[in-house]
Design a protein around this ligand. Structure first.
Ligand code: ADP
Ligand code: MG
Length: 701
């Protein structure tokens, strides 16, 4: 037995005990028993209560000791002080799984956190799969289990849902009832002390009752576990997650909520992307995605066909499609010919296909049949404006019929309110994504196409970076031996060289005369930079002079730079000046680097540098290691990409060289966990080459 092997006991238990069961309606200990009965639980349900003989018609037992050995599931609704002793007693009864609904643990800090640690110890030592504490409980429609204090049960369906917030669980359940959406499993994870999101994903990935997994998270509990599990699951079924704590204010609210220390949002976005998780930005999106993914097949291409009874909405749909990663499909000539044969003369048979304002349901039906069969069409978007002659219900039925026989996803936008209501109800009941607005439908189709690409992508191939790890290790060890936590430019250049990263020709000089000689050797113009292990931002102390064109200028600059640095930073040990080859004029300045995220590891960054970087924040992120394709995507993703690709007659910069830098840096980040931050700022690039013109590495303490 292992803890993981006991997870199924949560969803398909035979024997369930409710510890703290109550006979008073309104109490949580009552609701759980009542919900289990309402769910039609088929196994043995045992309320545990020290004083009562019977609760809701069920005989009780007075103590945990009286429970059968090896019971599957215990639901604990005791006051907080009683939870640890109860779990100890359950461990002696060899319980396989538990749900701790009681709050007052890690989320309150102090003693609560200590109690939670104790719960974890007991569960881990005894292989008890525990959900919670501080949760609403869980529902398993297949197992006829409602071990929660939710107001009501879930309908049966194929969506599995887990949430870190119990309140959100109640909201989702309520929404789902209104929308006729059902669930296979519904789990309130609470503090995730033992069972966390990665365990959930793992246990749901092969669950035949589940076609789509949706989740609400405030944090990911175990980064490496999640990174390993999530991609395995997302290749089998879509995982849609909404993650709060994305703003500083949100993060603060989340941390006081379940005691989660919310991580950095860019890292989460990168983690979801790398693992194929579909991220929903808000609740509306979560609901829309959950419904669309669970009812419609994935589009096998980006081609979207718009069928409309009016020009304006058709044009708007085409605009929205163009703005997305989807395309307004070019219908085949055969399709156009077939459409011409059945549509009135004024109709437009080019996409958007305008079947005109007087279109009856039958015209929709014929058009949909023809269009859905076109191999260039991967997604069908049906639009209807409630004209006087529009047959709302009949059109809805026509869409439902055609969608049923098609292997392509259908989305429906009836604009309006009052008149279209009945059509909306019919479509929703049939499980066809419907909205009175276009945008959510396009967003769903886009997310589904993105997921299709993920499921069909070849496995990531990480490039083999030629490198001399020993040489890099030596530099790092030397820096460490001096107690330094930072490696500044000159030494850091050796680490970069060991990874084949291009750096400008550089000499460390200790006198003005030496500097002038080195410059003559390198060739003018040169750059002079202050060299001190303590000065990481050289310009701040006037420590960088570019464009020095003669030996005299270099000598003078040496004296000026070292004197000013000594004056401004009396604490710093000044080694002299670096004399450096100057990058040619007209290079673009980029910032490339990484920061080690505590959860997900090295988060690589790429962006346009220069003085506006902080304001423009035009940066893309990926988690290491990156493939060449990911490196290319990072470069292509920034808004100023057009500047790199050659704007206004400029030649494009050497994009391949930038890719090389990203890939080599990614490898360096993987090889040296002690490098916690790297800053290549700037990387100077033109059409010929890229060089790392400044670099700073930060080491762990
Ligand atoms: P800092 O420690 O202040 O960041 P840098 O080495 O980045 O010092 O130099 C400051 C600026 O000088 C860079 O942002 C870049 O614009 C310019 N610069 C530095 N090195 C070179 C070089 N080798 N060629 C051309 N310009 C350079
Ligand atoms: Mg710099």
């Amino acid at each position: 037995m292992s803890l993981e092997s006991n997870i199924p006991a949560l969803f398909n238990p035979q024997t369930v005990a409710v510890i703290g069961a109550s006979a008073s309606p309104g109490k949580v200990g009552y609701s759980v028993v009542a919900n289990m009965l309402d769910a039609g639980f088929q196994g043995t349900l045992i309320p545990v209560n020290p004083t009562r003989d019977e609760i809701l018609g069920l005989p009780t037992v007075k103590t945990i000791e009286a429970l059968p050995e090896g019971l599957d599931l215990a639901v604990i609704v005791l006051p907080v002080a009683g939870v640890v002793p109860a779990m100890e007693a359950l461990a002696r009864r060899k319980a396989r799984a538990a749900i701790v609904i009681t709050a007052g643990f890690k989320e309150v800090g102090g003693d609560g956190a200590a109690l939670e640690r104790r719960l974890i110890e007991i569960c881990e030592a005894n292989d008890i799969a525990m959900v919670g504490p501080n949760c609403l409980g869980l529902i398993s429609t297949g197992g006829k289990v409602n071990a929660s204090f939710a107001a009501g049960n879930a309908l049966t369906g194929t969506i599995a849902c887990f949430s870190q917030s119990g309140a959100l669980c109640t909201a989702i359940l309520d929404w789902a009832q209104g929308e006729n959406v059902g669930f296979s499993k519904f789990v309130s994870l609470g503090n995730k002390a033992v069972i966390n999101e990665a365990d959930m994903l793992d246990s749901l990935s092969d669950d035949p009752e589940t076609s789509v997994i949706v989740g609400y998270l405030e944090n990911v509990e175990d980064g490496p576990h999640f990174m390993k599990k999530a991609p395995e699951v997302t290749r089998k079924k879509p995982v849609i997650i909404i993650k709060s704590g994305t703003t500083a204010a949100g993060a603060k609210a989340a941390s006081s909520h379940t005691g989660a220390i919310a991580g950095d949002d860019a890292a989460y976005t990168a983690a979801f992307r790398k693992t194929g998780v579909v991220r929903a930005e808000n609740m509306a999106e979560l609901f829309d995605y959950a419904q669309a993914f669970s009812t419609q097949p994935l589009p096998k291409g980006p081609g979207l066909a718009i069928i409309t009874n009016s020009g304006g909405p058709g044009a708007m749909a085409a605009d929205a499609t163009e703005k997305s990663s989807l395309e307004v499909a070019q219908v085949m000539p055969e399709t156009a010919a077939k459409l011409k044969a059945v549509l009135p003369a004024f109709a437009s048979v080019a996409n958007p296909i305008d079947i005109i304002g007087d279109a009856p349901a039958e015209r929709y039906r014929k058009t949909l049949e023809i269009v859905a069969a076109d191999p260039n069409v991967h997604i069908v978007l049906v639009l209807l404006s409630p004209t006087a002659s529009a047959e709302i219900d009949e059109t809805a039925k026509a869409v439902i019929d055609v969608a049923r026989t098609s292997d392509k996803p259908f989305f429906v936008n009836f604009m309006g309110g009052l008149r279209i209501k009945t059509g909306q109800v019919l479509l929703r009941e049939a499980g066809i994504p419907f909205s009175v607005y276009l945008e959510p439908l396009i967003a769903c189709a886009e997310a589904m196409y993105g997921h299709y690409l993920w499921t069909t992508a070849a496995p990531a191939a990480y490039p083999d970076v030629a490198r001399n790890q020993a040489a890099a290790r030596k530099v790092i060890a030397e820096a460490r031996s001096t107690g330094a936590t930072e490696i500044v430019e000159f030494q850091a250049q050796s680490v970069l060289s060991a990874y084949g990263l291009p750096t400008p020709q550089t000499a460390l000089t200790t006198t003005a005369k030496e500097a002038a000689a080195a410059a003559t050797k390198i060739g003018f113009p040169v750059v002079l930079k202050i060299a001190s292990p303590q000065i990481s931002h050289k310009s701040d102390v006037g420590g960088v002079k570019v464009g020095l064109a003669s030996a005299d200028e270099v000598a003078a600059a040496f004296t000026a730079i070292t004197a000013q640095a000594a004056r401004m930073r009396p604490d710093a040990k000044i080694a002299g000046c670096l004399v450096q080859e100057m990058a040619p004029k007209g290079c673009k300045e980029l910032i490339i680097g990484f920061k080690r995220d505590p959860r997900f590891g090295p988060l690589l960054m790429f962006g346009l540098g220069g003085i506006y970087v902080e304001i423009l924040k035009d940066i893309s992120f990926r988690l290491a290691p990156v493939t060449r394709a990911e490196a290319r995507a990072m470069i292509g993703e920034i808004k100023s990409y057009k500047l790199l690709a050659g704007a206004r007659g400029e030649k494009p910069v050497n994009l391949q060289a930038l890719e090389d830098i990203l890939v080599a840096m990614s490898q360096m980040a993987m090889d040296f966990p002690e490098i916690v931050e790297a800053d290549f700022n700037p990387v100077l690039v033109n059409a010929e080459k890229a060089i790392v013109a400044d670099v700073r590495l930060a080491l762990s303490e």
